[in-house]
Write a protein that binds this ligand. Sequence first.
Ligand code: ZN
Length: 506
Amino acid sequence: MTLARTWSVGLAGVSGALVEVEVDMSAGVPGVALVGLPDAVVRQSVDRVRAAVVNTGASWPMRRITIGLSPASMPKQGSGFDLALAAAVLAAAGTVPSDAADGLVLLGELGLDGSVRPVRGVLPAVLAASRAGHRTVVVPEGNADEAALVEAVEVLAARSLGDLVAHLSGRARLAPHVRGPLPAPGPVPDLGDVVGQVAGRRAVEVAAAGGHHLFLTGPPGAGKTMLAERLPGLLPVLDERAALEVTAIHSVAGTLPPGSPLVSRPPFEAPHHTATMAALVGGGSGAIRPGSLCRAHRGVLFLDEAPEFPRATLDTLRQPLERGSVTISRAAGSATFPCRAQLVLAANPCPCASAAGDAACTCSPLERRRYQARLSGPLLDRIDLRVELPPVGRAAWLGGGVAPESTATVAARVAVARQAAAARLRGTGLLLNSQVPGRLLRERWAVPRPALALAERALDRGMLSVRGLDRVLRVAWTLSDLAGRTVPGPDEVAEALGMRLQRVAA
Ligand SMILES: [Zn+2]
């Protein structure tokens, strides 16, 4: 037999497509020709595969070897094709039975010594293999738990090319990998740790219940980061579909925590303001990797010191956040990742960032205005909740009042409010108040006129735009769901208005 075939998977973003690896051997000058749009890394793959084959004790065929990767039109990136290439070469050379590898999907990078190394993106690759009707995949041992998240696929874990050769030649079969029970979601930072900050605690609860974007301002030490970190814990644990979706992104990004193959809690991503556009949104040379925005899918994207981010960077986030997906294009191809994340921005009230708050501020009014203006614009306009945190006072530290509520208590309330919203929105394809379009808010779920008096006055005085009013109404519905009411009353509208205008109203 001089022709052999195996399968692997190429990824564009988180969607995988089966790649057929064909190897043909013919007489002629010994050498290797690779056809089918492989990138530089795949081309180097031939050298790795040759070294791995020789160091495994097999001989490298001294023939004219042609390796085809198809479909030819699809760009193939990364080192995950090594194992499939090696198996196809060995089958074509007759080192293993030629039909032993037929139909098998193989993923993994080879070390020069023949070891099989873990690769990124195994979960989406195995999902693609399963969808295409393949029943058996061979993956690196380090990726086996991740691969075994996909039901209905037999996972064989290979530590070395020697393991694979023994398996294919029938000398020592690889046993199907049995995944241990998934670890329970780990503990989250507790809301009960946040001292004082009644308004801040309320804001994260409302943000969690309605899926609203949140903007926190306050002096350093007021607890902006603490509050933001506690938002994911208030969101429901991801269901199976959502967890697989989020895990696939982290698999491609290479950020899956070792030992826990499944991301089952809403993720929290906090990029620094010096992060590049590629780090924030996605990109990189070679295989396109998702950035913080996509890794925060179904979780929280936290931008601390938001005015320090370049304006262009912040504006880039707007469309993806609205669409729920981002497409990154490179010369080698493009990739689309989902990014339905909840945004939390935090800012100091002014550039001097005095911990004592306004009293000790040394900035001129102009400096303060300029600093705050850095955040104005299209992105800020999409934020429903804006809350100003006061400096944490002595009284709050000494704990004069009641003990703050824990994450478990607040999360239970959030879950009830989310159910109420989902029940009301049934049939619209929407789940959260933050997603309801303005038209539906006014036509289908109009808030009774008397409850709106305060908002109408703000509108008349030019303190609120029409779009701003829509945002107030969305938050009012969330407050109403949290209060167990069927429709927002004057209290809910007043509180929502206060969270939109900060100190102006309420
Ligand atoms: Zn200042």
